[in-house]
Design a protein around this ligand. Structure first.
Ligand SMILES: [Mg+2]
Length: 184
């Protein structure tokens, strides 16, 4: 096949789940508030992770679903990349169920991994609130540290959407891409 007729590679954006699209902290807070009201002791984050159904019940962060869909609409190839709790097999399934419930268009774009450094290439993007938790600091592309307190998805979209047209262009034709690794 003539290389000119091959589809151009699209820029991939790997999106962490907990703390980026899933309101993990908010769910834990609400769960423990309810438990205290009922006279039960609060759960640690690790204990909560082991509860069947916990990852299905977590709500999305405000604006996150819409933001992911904006990235998709802008031409980025979006993947979800999440580290499941080690040794808790139902949590793996619960995370997949969450995606089917909230972002079914990404049903074939789910990566469960303890090592996000294995993902992507130098032209790709990782959005993660705690990259060191899953070796995301070794990601070879652009790392965007997500901070819900510091403008969250609004800041991410402001960085990525201006270059979205280039997301669908062959790498050699791209004129601009922020190459800096954003500091925390
Ligand atoms: Mg996270």
């Amino acid at each position: 096949m003539n290389p000119k007729h091959q589809p151009a590679p699209r820029r991939r954006v790997f999106v962490d789940m907990d703390g980026v699209v899933v309101d993990f902290a908010g769910y834990l807070f609400d769960l423990n508030s309810a438990r205290v009201l009922l006279g039960a002791s609060p759960l640690s984050a690790d204990d909560m992770k082991r509860q069947r159904g916990a990852y299905v019940a977590m709500p999305p962060l405000p604006g996150a679903i819409e933001a992911v869909r904006e990235l998709i609409a802008a031409g980025f190839e979006v993947w979800l990349a999440t580290k499941p709790p080690t040794g808790v097999p139902w949590a793996y399934a619960d995370k997949v169920q969450w995606v089917l419930d909230w972002l079914p268009e990404l049903a074939r774009r789910i990566i469960l991994t303890h090592d996000k450094g294995l993902l992507g290439s130098s032209s790709d993007v990782l959005i993660d609130d705690n990259p060191e938790n899953s070796r995301g600091q070794r990601f070879p592309g652009t790392l965007i540290r997500f901070d819900q307190q510091m403008h969250g998805w609004g800041k991410v979209l402001a960085q990525l959407l201006p270059v979205s047209i280039e997301a669908a262009m062959p790498l050699r034709e791209r004129a601009f891409w922020p190459s800096e690794q954003e500091a925390a």
